[in-house]
Design a protein around this ligand. Structure first.
Ligand code: GDP
Ligand code: MN
Length: 386
């Protein structure tokens, strides 16, 4: 799960990480009020969307008076901001963060993620902060400093010191940076983050070390023990079909292809996506209805799947174990009768009561395309999707 920058900064501040003074605003007048309360100049306005790259896209603006803050907020809010991370459709700006402007000496990078290949967190730092860090990682990987953390003992002070000294800081700056790195790791661990990133981490002209930007992502599987964080979810920023699927506890992830798939079991779903690709098309989604899906779940899943306008054909690939094939067939037929399905539907099923399932499909009056085996199913669905 992702949250906004202003929310991330609140959490960082609770853990003692230095962030600029500021506040969030939902209207231009609120933005002006925050600026008046800050009483400083310049003031920075930052569009709050769940995507980076705002700086270059006009989502970060500098103002010199509360009046200017209000008028810039008026220009930004309600408009779509398009950055390399939002996709071409952009994201509507509904909130802005109004902060004291900071005078920057250096822009550094600091980030933490789980390194799956080593099964432990990795702390990354770089002197090349501010710009796209992905570019640095690709062109000059040696400029990304790394320290791997033993999760049993946590990030050790000597590791934070090592990073700080390699960032070429003065002793005073290094002291603040070490403290900040250790505190960010506290956040990362305490909140079950999958990512904690500060880009840029700045050294100010008066030698302070502060988090100018902040990004925290959380492990969804740990959200059950962080009620406070789950509440920060902003559904406006998420894919509406994924939000809908979440309500029915369906594992649905929207993708960019044309073949909608409904599969039971994550492993079979992955294999189905692979074989669609092999047959010459791309999956429109990942959807695992689970082992014990009810007819109702199948109906909901089917509805969500065909609501995606990119879907040109549907492949239902079910191994009937706990979910019997006849029950699946009944669910699909019920869904077809209630929904206006305009795309061809290919069904491959195998397992318990498969013959009964096939009979239900054949006698339903709907024009299902029945396939034998995965390869046949993939070829048939790709042919009708084209
Ligand atoms: P992002 O582009 O979405 O990652 O947004 P950031 O919060 O990282 O801001 C992008 C850039 O705007 C930073 O790298 C800074 O160069 C600049 N910026 C942001 N806040 C300030 C500020 O308070 N003072 C100054 N001088 N520049 C700022
Ligand atoms: Mn940034």
């Amino acid at each position: 799960m992702k949250i906004h920058e202003y929310q991330a900064k609140q959490i960082l501040a609770e853990f003692g990480v230095a962030v600029p003074r500021g506040g969030v605003a939902h209207t231009p007048l609120e933005a002006r009020a925050v600026a008046e309360k800050l009483g400083t100049s310049p003031i920075v306005l930052k569009a709050q969307i769940h995507a980076g790259g705002r700086g270059k896209a006009g989502g970060i603006r500098l103002a010199h008076s509360p009046e200017e803050v209000e008028s810039l907020a008026r220009q930004m809010m309600g408009k779509k901001l398009v950055t390399p991370q939002t996709g071409p459709e952009g994201k509507e700006v509904k909130r802005v963060l109004v902060e004291e402007g900071v005078s920057i000496l250096r822009e550094l990078y600091l980030g933490m993620v789980i390194d799956r290949s080593r099964s432990r967190p990795v702390v990354m730092a770089s002197t090349e902060g501010g710009v796209e860090i992905e570019e640095v990682a690709a062109k000059a990987p040696e400029k990304i400093l790394k320290e791997w953390v033993d999760p049993a003992v946590g990030l050790q002070p000597f590791q934070a010191r090592k990073l700080a000294y390699r960032l070429q800081l003065t002793p005073q700056q290094a002291k603040s940076a070490i403290d900040l790195i250790l505190k960010l790791y506290d956040v990362f661990e305490a909140k079950d983050c999958s990512l904690a990133e500060i880009n840029p981490l700045v050294i100010t002209t008066d030698n302070r070390v502060i988090a100018l930007d902040a990004k925290l992502n959380f492990d969804d599987n740990a959200l059950y023990r962080h009620g406070d964080i789950a509440q920060l979810r902003d559904l406006d920023e998420e894919d509406p079909l994924e939000v809908e699927a979440n309500k029915y506890r369906l594992n649905y992830i929207k993708l960019n292809g044309t073949v909608g798939c409904m599969v039971n079991g994550a492993g079979l779903a992955m294999a189905t996506m692979d074989i669609i690709q092999l047959a010459g098309a791309s999956p429109a989604n990942f959807l695992d209805v689970g082992g014990g899906a009810s007819a109702e779940m199948i109906e909901n899943a089917f509805r969500i799947l065909i609501s995606d306008p990119n879907v040109k054909a549907v492949l239902i690939n079910i191994f009937g174990g706990i979910l019997r094939c006849d029950r699946l067939a009944t669910g699909v037929v019920e869904a077809m009768s209630k929904l206006d399905v305009k795309v061809p539907v290919v069904i491959r099923m195998e397992g318990t009561n498969v013959e009964e399932g096939k009979r239900i499909l054949k006698e339903s009056g709907f024009n299902f395309i029945i396939a034998d085996g995965m390869k046949d199913a993939a070829e048939k669905v790709v042919a009708v999707a084209k």
